[in-house]
Design a protein around this ligand. Sequence first.
Ligand code: ATP
Length: 218
Amino acid sequence: MNPIGILGGTFDPIHYGHLRLAQEAADGLGLDHVRFIPCHLPPHRDVPRATPAQRLEMVRLALRGNPAFVLDTREMNRGRPSYSVDTLTDLRAELGNEVPLCLIMGADAFLGLETWRQWRQLFDLAHIVVASRAGALDQAGLTPALRAEFAARRGERSALSHSPHGTITPFAMTALDISATRIRQDVARGESMRYLLPDAVLDYIQRHKLYQEPHESR
Ligand code: ATP
């Protein structure tokens, strides 16, 4: 049974960093497909960012044409912020307990894992696969609890399909220094975002005049 990848994010907007992360995880880890799960954020009128519907549409546009990438709207549909542990529990109820699930994240997100709600419970639901430049995690940046967890759970790529959950498996990813924050700032400054994200997303941002306010409030 090939593992299923899960990539959660704000996707405000989705960019090539996210898409390469998913592609290299899919190729390197032999994933059946990757589910992109945009998170729900309460809209706030002072914040210059896209609405949930706009973020969703940008993800839809970015995934078009790749059958291995699937848009999963479950967090948005809830209409309130959800925790990863709840989303994974939901996915388990739908997909069963046998299929390996791989929660994909960048090394920056992994460093903050300890702040996630019921973070240790994540390992009862999924593997955590962490992208890093050389395929090795910089352990110096890990908190003692995360370092201990990593030492106990460190997994090999080839073993992901042998168990449904429980490992922390690093994999190598081409370094792409792209962030949604930087893209929003570029738009506000009137700078070009070409080649940082798919043209269809770029067109959407321009058509809907997104991210034009100069201040960045998060
Ligand atoms: P923001 O700048 O608004 O914080 P972001 O670009 O970091 O956004 P998120 O939606 O917060 O994007 O990220 C979702 C996931 O994608 C996280 O696991 C994050 O580590 C990963 N990610 C984001 N950008 C990159 C990148 N350039 N390379 C690898 N992983 C990335």
